[in-house]
Design a protein around this ligand. Sequence first.
Ligand SMILES: *Cc1c(COP(=O)(O)O)cnc(C)c1O
Length: 418
Amino acid sequence: MSFVTHLEAAIDGTELPHDEPQTMHAGRPLWVRYDLAAVAAVADRDALAVRTPSMWRYRELLPIEDEANVVSLGEQMTPLLRCDRLGAALGVHDLWVKDESGLPTGSFKARGLAMAVTRARELGVTRLAIPTAGNAGGALAAYAARGRLEAWIFMPADTPVVNKAEAANHGAHAYLVDGLITDCGAIVRDGIEPMGWFDVSTLKEPYRIEGKKTMGLELAEQLDWRLPDVVLYPTGGGTGLIGMWKAFAELDAIGWLEDPARPRMISCQAAGCAPIATAWAAGSRFAEPFPDPATSASGLRVPSAVGDFMILDAVRESGGEARAAEESRLVGWARRGAALEGISFCPEAGAALAVLEDMVRDGSVDPNERIVVYNTGAAQKYVEVIELPLETVGTPIDWSALGAASVLGEHVGEPRPP
Ligand SMILES: *Cc1c(COP(=O)(O)O)cnc(C)c1O
C-alpha cells in the first residue's frame, strides 16, 4: 500500500486517478501526490538506518503498491564524494560530487526506469516504447528484461555506440532511426494504437520523476538532513532537477529537514542544445524548441522538453539559474575531474563543472558555499567522445622520452606539448 492519493496535472491542477495507466494531461506532465500528513505520522527518519541502502528505502515517499512488484537490479545509494582537488581547480572550498555512474547501466536513468517499469508492471502494462538519445534506452532495455516486459526502443542513428549495444544486448526491439530524437518520438506516438505501446518517454508517464526524486532524498540523508547551498545539475528533459526539487518539498512537508533552507538549483546545459538556458535568459516560463541541436553530451540533446515550465519554475523558486557552457569545454572538464578525483565523469557533468567555473568567476557562487555537482553517468559510455591522450612506447623503452609527464598533476587536464 502506498501513500499516493492521486495524480495532478502540472499545468492546471486537474486531478486524475493513479490506479490506472496515465500519461499526460493537456499535453503536459503529471505530478504524483501523496498524503504527506499520513506519511509524517508513520514514517520515521531514524528507521532508515536499518533498511537496505538503495533507492527503495524511502518507500513511504514512493508510489509502489506492493514491494513484491519492485523491478530491481540493485540500485544502491550512490556515493556523495568530497572533492577537494577538483574544488581547488575550480576555486571553491566545499565541493561534493554525487556520483551516479555506478548505478545499473551506468547512469542515473536507472532510477527513473526502475520506477517506471515497476509501476507499469503493477498496472498491467506489458509493451513499453521509448524514443531515446542514449542512456534511457539502455536502462529501459535492462529493466524491461528484468521485469519480463517488452521494450521497443527508437534511437537516432548517431546515438553513442554503447547505448545501441546495450539496447540490443538486453533483448529489446531496438531500431535506429534516420532522423532526430523528435522523429523517434513521432514513431512511438504513432505506434501507441496499432502496436499497443505504452510511452515511457521522459515526463510522458508520471513515475520516472518519482525514481529520480530519490537522488534528492539520498542527498538529504547523506548530509544529515541539511541541504547544500547550491546544486548543479546537467539538464536535458529535466526529470532529475524536477524530481529533486519535489523531494526537498516533500521532506520539508514531513518535517525531516533539520533546516528548511533549500539549495539554489542550477540547470546546466551545453551551448549546442540550450533551450532551458535560453528561456531563462529571456525570462520566459516556457522554452522554444532549440534549432539544430548538437552536443557530444547526448543526455543533454533534448531540443524541446515537455516539462520546460516545471524545470524553470523549480529554478526560479530556488533562486537559481539556468546556464549553458560551450561545447569545447565539456569533455575537458569531465577529463580533468576524472584525473583529479578518480570519478568517471560523463560529458554532461562536464557541462555542470564548466558552468560552476563560470559562476565562480562572475561571483554567482561564494567559494565557501557548500556545492553539489551531479555526475549523472559514467565516462565509459562515451567511447566516441572521451579523448584518449595516449602515447605508444617502444621496446626497449627510451626512459628519457617519458620525462616528467608521469608525475601526477603535472599535465593534468592540460593539452600535452606537441
Ligand atoms: C538523460 C541524461 C541527462 C539529463 O537528464 P534529465 O534529468 O532528463 O534532465 C543528464 N546526464 C546523463 C548522463 C543523461 O543520461
